[in-house]
Design a protein around this ligand. Structure first.
Ligand code: GCU
Length: 648
């Protein structure tokens, strides 16, 4: 009998405990509904703050106070009894801070007033108008959706707004930088207007990526020359139309003369002339232009790709209008697991700049690997002072998958982007622990989990491309390695061989003063540090230097041995994550535990594939034995024919 009841309960248990699909993100407040929230009269943003607190605040009373004497910078003062801010948005951020601390059973932070470091904290969505997402690994677009309709669509966007506001994100570029000009047609402006209305109470401005050739491509003008009067007129009219519908529209993001996109060069004009023309029409309405510097293959085609941004932009320093922000990727190549910082940040002293991070894990395992990116972004800030930047942008990893981001831990990268945009001095560990407490509950051993998260980026570097190697990825998908790949249909700069330059004499790209001299674009002390083989940090060695296979590293080990060891170290780390995840099993709901467990197994398989593929390939040149001393992972030699990297 006992047995029967037990098996009945077991059979029913999935029905008894609600399914955990990850949709709730880190916003798992328990409804309470007994708090007295005292607040002044206000608009929709204040009302949102009041509603959230009324529903979820577990204390008896909380006062919201608008104080015009405080700074107008989205900041707030929260002391456990009241939240004070200059603005309604500051109060909303304060409300989420109060709920965040409540969820973690933590006290209000000492130190009083807190305000975001960057005034613009913007997600860049690479969503296409047909609903697909470039480098999206979690389903289709939530904005240009074929899957979500009517109320469900609006509801998802509202949830998106709420999640962003809870971490202080205040802008969204809704569409891909490789955009169709059609986004500027009335049909899409209607959609954008509806989205803007839904997001407004959450303090989020919408922006659009625009195609520089739009007026011509849409058939209104004969040219897209930024100095042509008909072109200027068209853009002005378009901006007026947008602002009439969306008075707080943020502005345009532009990818021009990069990877085949049209731009001012097509008409013999400079990036500054192109950006300023758009800046003029937006300035009338308080809008801005975010002009991307990540260009290559245009004016300086043939030059080392990592140098082209500085070559194209440095003479334009000081020529951009005051509402133009130059937006650059954190590294000079393309969101690799590790890159040195992009030297454009050293070269544009009189230009407002923004950094673009990639939250979506294009080169770090996409929606399949547990790789927490906060340490990578913190590393960037150790070279480029946040104070020198005007804005921060993150290429979003959000799609219409029920759990938003694919990998349950990829949500942490969205969260971390918001938190670092607020305060870049938060440590990776602090952010991880905050996220864990809210996402998995306070019963979970957050120390173990945070340790796993904060070491995961380095593990990824190890098993993908250690010691400054870069762009070893297959050109079609950037998911796995293809060290030997050269495809006739792709430009050479998309293929790995020109980057690793492995040959009998050694490996690595000579960017020292004896090579392409990319080091000359860096400020001191980095210029000399990277130029000099003896002082170049090992983690950037093969980025800046071509060295023999038996080169002695700073730790005394031979390059080839260290390369092998690091691939193994990366794998060992993933094995250790599996063990830790197993230990945490009793503390995590079954659904998310199993999901992550499956993904960790895939991550391990992929890491081994990377090692096998890359080391086997390089071994043809090094002609040295694979040497390793690790325990726990047994190396299974793979025949080249078996190497078949799985696509996601
Ligand atoms: C990468 C990415 C492209 C993207 C480009 C960019 O190359 O693979 O999909 O368009 O970066 O940032 O413009």
């Amino acid at each position: 009998m006992k047995q029967t009841i037990l098996s009945l309960l077991l059979a029913l248990s999935p029905l008894l405990s609600p399914a955990e699909d990850g949709h709730a993100l880190w916003l798992r407040y328990k409804p309470c509904g007994k708090a007295n929230i005292i607040a002044p009269q206000g608009g929709a943003t204040l009302q949102t703050a009041v509603d959230e607190l009324k529903r979820y605040w577990q204390g008896s009373e909380l006062k919201l106070i608008l104080n015009p004497r405080l700074k107008d910078d989205d900041g707030f003062l929260y002391n456990g009894d009241s939240i004070c801010s200059h603005s309604e948005l500051g109060l909303l951020y304060g409300a989420y801070e109060a709920l965040r601390l409540q969820a973690q059973e933590a006290y209000p932070r000492l130190g009083g007033y807190t305000a975001p470091k960057f005034s613009r904290r913007i997600l860049n969505h690479w969503d296409n108008l047909d609903g697909t997402i470039e480098c999206g690994y979690a389903g289709k677009s939530i904005f240009f959706s074929a899957n979500l309709k009517g109320q469900e669509w609006a509801g998802r966007i509202r949830e998106y707004g709420r999640a962003n506001a809870s971490v202080g994100i205040n802008g969204s570029v809704l569409n891909n930088v490789n955009t169709s000009p059609k986004v500027l047609t009335t049909q899409y402006i209607d959609t954008v207007c509806t989205i803007a209305n839904i997001l407004r109470p959450y303090g989020i401005k919408v922006y659009l990526s625009v195609n520089f050739g739009s007026p011509k491509a849409l058939g209104y003008t004969k040219t897209a020359d930024p100095l042509d009067e008909t072109v200027k007129k068209w853009w002005k009219k378009k901006a007026d139309e947008i602002y009439q519908r969306i008075p707080d529209f943020g502005g345009f993001l532009v990818k021009a003369n990069a990877e085949g996109q049209p731009g001012p060069f097509d008409y013999g004009r400079t990036h500054a002339e192109g950006a300023n023309m758009l800046a003029d029409v937006l300035a009338l309405h308080g809008g801005i232009v975010m002009w991307r510097s990540s260009v290559y293959g245009a004016k300086h085609k043939g030059e080392d790709r990592v140098m082209q941004a500085v070559s194209e932009f440095k003479d334009l320093d000081g020529l951009f209008k005051s509402n133009v922000i130059l937006q650059s990727k954190n590294g000079p190549l393309d969101f690799q697991p590790r890159e040195p910082y992009a030297p454009i940040f050293d070269n544009m002293k009189k230009t407002q700049q923004a950094v673009e991070f990639q939250i979506t894990q294009e080169y770090t395992g996409q929606g399949k690997h547990l790789v927490f990116l906060a340490p990578m972004w913190k590393e960037f800030f150790s070279f480029v002072a946040p104070d020198s930047l005007k804005a921060i942008a993150g290429v979003s990893n959000i799609g219409d998958d029920i759990n938003w981001c694919g990998h349950p831990f990829s949500q942490a990268n969205w969260y971390a982007f918001g938190r670092l945009a607020w305060n870049p001095s938060f440590s990776s560990d602090f952010i991880a622990q905050e996220w864990i407490g809210q996402t998995f509950g306070n019963e979970v051993n957050s120390y173990i989990l945070a340790d796993m998260m904060t070491t995961s980026r380095e593990a990824c570097v190890d098993y993908m491309m250690p010691l400054g190697l870069h762009h070893l990825f297959a050109s079609q998908h950037h998911y796995g390695p293809e060290a030997d790949g050269v495809k006739a249909e792709y430009p050479l700069e998309w293929c790995p061989i020109p980057y690793h330059k492995a040959a009998a004499d050694g490996i690595g790209f000579d960017r020292s003063s004896k090579g392409t001299n990319a080091v000359s674009q860096y400020r001191e002390p980095y210029r000399s540090l990277y130029d000099n083989l003896a002082t170049c940090p090992d983690e950037y060695l093969l980025w800046f230097h071509h060295v023999p296979w038996d080169y002695k590293l700073h730790n005394g080990d031979m390059l080839w041995d260290e390369l092998c060891a690091l691939y193994y170290r990366g794998i060992e780390q993933v094995v250790s994550y599996q063990k830790l995840w197993n230990e945490l099993r009793p503390q995590i709901d079954q659904e998310r535990w199993e999901h992550v467990n499956r993904l960790l197994a895939l991550q391990l398989e992929n890491a081994k594939e990377c090692r096998d593929y890359v080391l086997r390939y390089f071994q043809q040149f090094s002609k040295m034995p694979l040497k390793y001393n690790f325990t726990g992972v047994s190396y299974m030699p793979v025949q080249p024919a078996q190497l078949n990297h799985k696509q996601p």
